[in-house]
Ligand binder design. Structure first.
Ligand code: SF4
Length: 338
């Protein structure tokens, strides 16, 4: 069952233009957009994934990852098929690179927004995370869930590639609380060749969400030989500092997957080197991912460990309510339990 899409313009020749993401696809009758889940039927744009989740599960928020937003809380996590990128290294490609062109949503049944919110509450989750695939492409579903979740006292989190338009962010901000945005590279050609997108719209999403008071963290997957030069890592870190030195930067090790099977795993030394570069450029919170080693949070003023992490668990060991360091009284930026 299809649902009428938002954020699109009808053209006189029965073509539609979708303005949900920065591809801004012009779609002729019967065709799909680049994401493979939005179709022009008779001059009107429809989404085929509304109400059809491919994944629904209860995760720790640390798995998103979000480290400075209600640590230790549970996120009811939801995805449909589809993506507006085609990253060669995608680690969820089995669901992100599936489309609805053959009429398949891959979901076992339709689940309406009210039911999603009820399930989240029954499972004791404090947040709903739109994740695993790109939530932009199931925007209408996410929005309807998000509005109901807000009313029920739950927070909303996007784990996103950031390839939204300004028009989409205007619709998103009223119900969004936090986002983890992928910044995959600082080179436009990387985005064009490996992801089939562009860099600038992603930078603008990071700037804009932060400016509008959404809690933002950023993740970079470091792929050996592709985006791991000191210069590029420094450019990413400097950009983040220009937005805010308090943006947590998650630097994750790559493992071979999808079309990137000849690449080697990212060595731990490369992740540690990225961490060093980030600190040199002025970032205050940098977290290695997918390697063994510390992902604890330390007070940037006195250096005291304030949150200890092990796997996906987090324990406040010296963080008072409101995010205050128990040793020196500095306030750490983030959204903490009051
Ligand atoms: S969401 Fe993006 S990729 Fe999909 S149809 Fe709209 S503009 Fe195209």
């Amino acid at each position: 069952m299809k649902t009428r899409a938002i954020l699109c313009h009808q053209r006189g020749d029965r073509t539609v233009q979708c303005v949900l993401c920065a591809h801004r696809c012009r779609i002729v009758e019967d065709a799909f957009g680049f994401c493979g889940v939005r179709q022009n039927i008779g001059g009107t744009l429809f989404t085929h994934v509304y109400g059809y989740p491919i994944a629904l599960q209860d995760d720790p928020i640390e798995k998103k990852p979000l480290y400075h937003f209600l640590p230790g809380s549970r996120s009811f996590s939801i995805a449909t098929v589809g993506c507006n990128f085609q990253c060669g290294f995608c680690q969820n490609w089995q669901i992100s690179q599936t489309n609805t062109r053959g009429g398949h949503t891959a979901a076992s049944r339709k689940i309406l927004p009210e039911e999603v919110v009820n399930l989240a509450r029954e499972r004791g989750c404090q947040n709903i995370a739109y994740t695993y695939t790109e939530p932009t492409v199931f925007f209408e579903y996410a929005r309807d869930i998000g509005v109901l979740a807000r009313r029920a006292g739950l927070k909303n989190l996007f784990v996103t590639n950031g390839y939204l338009t300004g028009e989409a962010r205007d619709e998103l901000v009223p119900f969004l609380d936090a986002a983890n945005v992928d910044l995959k590279s600082f080179r436009d050609e990387y985005y064009r060749e490996i992801c089939r997108g562009r860099l600038e719209p992603v930078l603008e999403t990071i700037r804009d969400l932060h400016r509008r008071g959404i809690w933002v963290e950023v993740t970079t997957l470091i792929v050996p030989g592709e985006n791991d030069s000191d210069g590029e890592l420094g450019d990413i870190a400097s950009f983040l500092v220009s937005v805010s030195p308090d943006i947590p930067w998650h630097i994750s090790a790559f493992h071979p997957d999808y079309r990137f099977t000849v690449h080697k795993r990212t060595p731990a030394e490369k992740i540690l080197r990225a961490q060093e570069i980030g600190h040199e450029r002025g970032l205050r919170f940098i977290y290695p991912g997918n390697i063994s080693g510390s992902a604890d949070t330390r007070c940037p003023v006195c250096g005291r460990r304030v949150i200890r992490r092990s796997g996906f668990t987090a324990e406040a060991v010296a963080l008072a309510r409101g995010g205050v360091c128990g040793q020196c009284g500095a306030r750490l930026n983030g959204v903490w339990e009051e």
